[in-house]
Write a protein that binds this ligand. Structure first.
Ligand code: F6R
Length: 604
């Protein structure tokens, strides 16, 4: 989604702001822009499309100064064109904004000059501040006056003509970080934007606002009281966002999985004693129900976890998509544990679900990749997945790390609830520990999958089928394919197809069947035969025994390394990721930044 970067410094900023915008590209955007206090005077440049269009314009008539703000826009209100691109100017004020100002129409109507030049909700912020300045308020009071009027989710940065060297910023609902430099201060919607500038960050809390000058940061809370917020040192540095020799971030991230899953395991499973101990602050025996809430891919990880927790630990699990959860008035009890699953830890709906549960007295945990995220900070317990920065918009390594962490938690839950024998615990812990090696072997299928993907890329529609804990993997396979290749795809529980969707099967329709050799294998193969006999072209993803037992109905068989069925969803994920990736590459789509998508969805 939209990205913000700002610099209040003592040397020129344009080039560094553009560099920061490039680091924000991964979030997804459709226009960009930059505003500078050039000798104290407001100047800007904006462009539709990729940042290189903005760069081209900046070369024509370079604007520069020591203070500036910049933005990548993912359109919500108003089409993605140059007029609607941020920064928005009115009078003396320039603003960049992430989020949605929900009462912008009402605010527009209340202003003396309600002649607006854009279709955006953001422009109203510039009008409100300028109006307050006109009424005689100083810049700080004008900014605060504007904040009091806004309803919705926002993170924004503001510069004011004539107010040299200062950036005003605020957050409510959308994340915002302040970077500390030497004689310079920075503003960023995430650590990635600032990675090249500083590793010293202050994350603003809900309702906070601040004034940045080259040598100071003044932070205030919602009430206007001056506050101090802790500084965080970010490890990693600029290199963490490089593609290396890989053609795409997505491919790099697919290939990182033996290592990332290994890192996740190191946090949850003791490989010497073959046991999974409960993370501090978490005791599953205190709960009679787990509610897991997430969006998209993270929600599919949660759906797999439902099988694990229920089968191993005998604890009931509800899984819901975050955007539905709080609006359906869910029945919660103090004996429920809420777990938010989120790579970014910033997804607006998941965060809202977490806050809803907190407000209803439910204990909350956040399983996140970004440990400095709002969810990690607001949940009672923050659980890391340690997958490292995920840049490709389509989630891959975060998914397998979410699965790994959830599998380990289910194992520790089973142990703490005494539903598991020591022998079973050893078997399952061993299966988990072998996972990185199995993933590495699964990656050797790359060349074969690439060939299969070539055929798949000629189709306009595909189905993914699975049973049991492979149903969410079928859903994830379909999501991966559609989001990066734009081929229409649906995932189904294999037994469900004949209740309607089978009508769509015709000669040559690709059906990807995910069927490790487990107790449900034969039933899945019966479903495979139902579609194969109606002309479907079957791509079977199975293991060695599965391949030998499946008969010859499949056009293609991808044989992944055999594993304990407990961890098979993790191993199967590699095949579906590679299949989607190569299909998209054959079609020539923008794999890392697919159209219309944002990496972190920070609006409802
Ligand atoms: C798909 C994908 C999305 C995210 C979803 C939740 O490849 O990445 O479906 O999983 O937007 O994002 P997080 O995990 O950041 O809450």
């Amino acid at each position: 989604m939209c990205g913000i970067i700002g610099i209040a410094g003592r040397s020129t900023v344009t080039e560094r702001l553009v560099e920061g915008l490039k680091r924000l590209e991964y979030r997804g955007y459709d226009s960009s822009g930059i505003a500078i206090l050039d000798g104290g005077e407001l100047k800007r440049e904006r462009a539709e499309g990729k940042i290189k269009s903005l760069e081209a314009k900046l070369k024509d008539g370079m604007i520069d100064g020591h203070t500036g703000i910049a933005h990548t826009r993912w359109a919500t209100h108003g089409v993605p064109n140059e007029t609607n691109a941020h920064p928005h100017f009115f009078g003396r004020v320039g603003v960049v904004h992430n989020g949605i100002i929900e009462n912008f129409l009402e605010l527009r109507a209340s202003l003396p000059d309600n002649h607006f030049r854009t279709e955006t909700d953001t422009e109203v912020v510039a009008h409100l501040i300028d109006d307050a300045l006109t009424r005689g308020l100083d810049s700080k009071a004008a900014f605060q006056d504007c904040l009091k009027k806004l309803r919705g989710a926002y993170a924004f940065g503001v510069i004011i003509d004539g107010v040299k060297d200062q950036i005003f910023c605020a957050r409510a609902g959308s994340p915002l970080a302040i970077g500390i430099g030497d004689d310079e201060m920075y503003l960023g919607s995430d650590a990635m934007a600032l990675a090249q500038l500083t590793n010293r960050l202050i994350y603003l809390e809900e309702g906070d606002w601040a004034i940045l000058s080259p040598d100071s940061v003044d932070i205030f809370d919602k009430s206007g009281a001056s506050v101090t917020r802790a500084e965080t040192i970010i490890s990693g540095g600029p290199a963490m966002a490089e593609k290396g020799n890989y053609r795409h971030f997505m491919l790099k991230e697919i290939y990182e999985q033996p290592e990332t899953v290994g890192r996740t395991l190191a946090n949850y499973v003791d490989e010497f004693n073959l046991t999974a101990d409960l993370p501090e602050g978490l005791n599953f025996s205190e709960y009679d129900r787990i509610v897991i809430i997430a969006c998209g891919t993270a929600c599919y990880a949660a759906m797999v976890a439902k099988y694990w927790f229920e089968q191993l630990a005998g604890i009931a699990v509800d899984v819901d998509v975050a955007s539905e959860f709080r609006y359906r008035q869910p029945v919660l009890s103090p004996k429920s544990l809420f777990i938010a699953v989120s790579q970014s830890g910033e997804t607006a709906d998941t965060l809202a679900a977490l806050r809803y549960c907190k407000d209803h007295g439910v204990r909350t945990a956040a399983l996140v990749n970004v440990m400095t995220s709002t969810m990690a900070r607001e949940a009672d317990i923050a659980l890391p997945i340690n997958a490292g920065p995920e840049i490709g918009v389509a989630s891959t390594k975060a998914f397998t790390s979410q699965l790994t962490a959830l599998a380990s938690l289910a194992l520790s839950a089973a142990k703490s609830r005494k539903d598991l024998s020591r022998d079973a615990e050893i078997r399952l812990a061993r299966a988990l520990i072998k996972t990185p090696r199995k993933i590495k072997e699964a990656l050797e299928l790359d060349a074969q999958v690439e060939q299969i993907a070539f055929e798949l890329s000629k189709s306009r529609s595909a189905f993914y089928l699975g049973r049991g804990s492979q149903v969410p993997i079928a859903l994830e396979g379909a999501l991966k394919l559609k989001e990066i290749s734009y081929i229409h795809a649906e995932g189904y529980a294999a037994g469900e197809l004949k209740h309607g969707p089978i009508a769509l099967i015709e000669d040559g329709t690709p059906v990807i069947v995910i069927a490790p050799y487990d107790p449900l294998f034969e039933k899945t193969i019966s479903n495979l035969q139902e579609v194969a006999s109606r002309g479907a072209r079957i791509i079977l993803i199975t293991d060695d025994i599965g391949a030998k037992s499946a008969g010859n109905m499949a056009s293609e068989t991808i044989v992944v390394p055999s594993s304990d069925s407990f961890v098979a969803p993790i191993i199967m994920s590699i095949a579906i990721q590679l299949l989607a990736y190569h299909t998209a590459v054959h079609l020539g789509t923008d794999v890392d930044q697919p159209r219309n998508l944002a990496k972190s969805v920070t609006v409802e």
